[in-house]
Design a protein around this ligand. Structure first.
Ligand code: HPA
Ligand code: ZN
Length: 337
């Protein structure tokens, strides 16, 4: 199973680029930019990665991204992630970024997008990895701030496929962003939102009915509401589930308790993703290994997870067909071994 997972052609749909910032690179860029970090070294930084809820992580995550300043910094960050996922046979990735985490510090929107986009272009040329960029609004900030971010994105419209909603979920329901999502949809953006990670099923309803999202990020709490599960199944709404994130942020106590298999059994369109791999202990392969070991997933279930991610991706039908064929051929070759 281990080698099967490593070779499996994968699609990632939920990864925050700022959450791929490995401590080694963070110290390197801090030195380059003459910024001081409140940690002695890489090891003491890693020791701080002990979270008991989402907010503990977010505090450290925002602190880490302060190091990012130049276009080259965003390029280097994205480049490192792409090299890593290339080694894990990820064939397509949809990356979140948090513009407000940078523009609030005086880093121009264009510096962020251009650095990330240049690395994405290079990876497509060198590795054939295709990608899409999704900008997230920080939900702990006001809707007016999200509107101003949407305006700043106008010159980069062609580079950004969708908008999302992340940061502190509790007490920041999707409804708070109803108008800005309506305007984003009006401008042709696809929409996603984090919902049901720490928040209740009502937040998933809010994402569907107020924001009209195309996918739900996380969505774990849907299992508390059978009618909601039925709706998600019927409408084939994808859920981008993040197993290692869930255990690290104590959304799930132990991997053996993770709801992924129950979600698969319920017929939900679930996918496996890394969320913030530098902070949560693993990229795509490590997430697949963790759930496969703990939940005893079989080849068919792994194939379904990989295929769901292709179905849920924001790519055209040609690219989907290519990805499906590559996956199908891979699984067939494994069966014949
Ligand atoms: N949840 C909410 N906001 C985030 C996350 C997450 O898992 N990662 C980065 N921002
Ligand atoms: Zn996330």
């Amino acid at each position: 199973m281990k080698t099967l997972i490593e070779g499996l052609p994968k699609v990632e749909l939920h990864c925050h680029i700022e959450g791929t910032f490995e401590p080694e690179l963070m110290f390197q860029l801090a030195q380059r930019n003459r910024v001081s970090l409140p940690y002695q070294d890489v090891d003491s930084l890693r020791k701080a990665y002990a979270f008991s809820q989402l907010q503990d992580f977010l505090d450290i995550y925002y602190q880490g991204m302060n190091v990012l300043q130049s276009e080259q910094d965003f390029y280097d960050l994205t480049r490192a992630y792409l090299q890593k996922i290339h080694s894990q046979n990820v064939r397509h990735t949809e990356i979140f970024f948090d513009p407000q985490g940078h523009t609030s510090r005086g880093v121009p929107f264009g510096v962020v997008v251009e650095g990330i986009a240049r690395a994405l272009d290079d990876a497509e040329n060198q590795y054939g990895i295709t990608s899409k960029l999704i900008m997230c609004f920080l939900r702990h900030l006001d809707q007016s701030d999200a509107f101003s971010t949407l305006t700043q994105a106008e010159s980069f419209r062609h580079r950004i496929v969708g908008v999302g909603l992340d940061s502190s979920e509790r007490n920041n329901p999707p409804q708070k962003f109803e108008q800005v999502f309506a305007e984003a949809r009006n401008q042709g953006y696809l929409c996603v939102a984090h919902a049901g990670e720490e928040g209740p099923p009502e937040y998933i309803y809010g994402a569907l009915d107020s924001l009209h999202v195309n996918r739900i990020d996380h969505g774990n709490s849907c299992l508390q509401d059978p009618a909601l599960v039925q709706r998600l199944v019927q409408e084939r709404i994808p859920l981008t589930v993040c197993p290692l994130s869930n255990t690290r942020l104590c959304v799930v106590d132990r991997m053996q308790d993770h709801p992924l298999k129950r979600m698969l059994d319920a017929g939900l369109l679930v996918t496996v993703n890394s969320d913030d791999p530098a902070y949560f202990g693993g990229y795509m392969n490590e997430n697949f290994h963790a759930v496969t070991d703990a939940l005893e997933l079989n080849v068919q279930q792994l194939g379904t997870l990989a295929s769901n991610a292709i179905e849920a991706a924001f790519v055209d039908s040609d690219r989907k067909q290519t990805l499906h064929k590559e996956l199908h051929d891979y699984i067939a070759a494994q069966r014949n071994e």
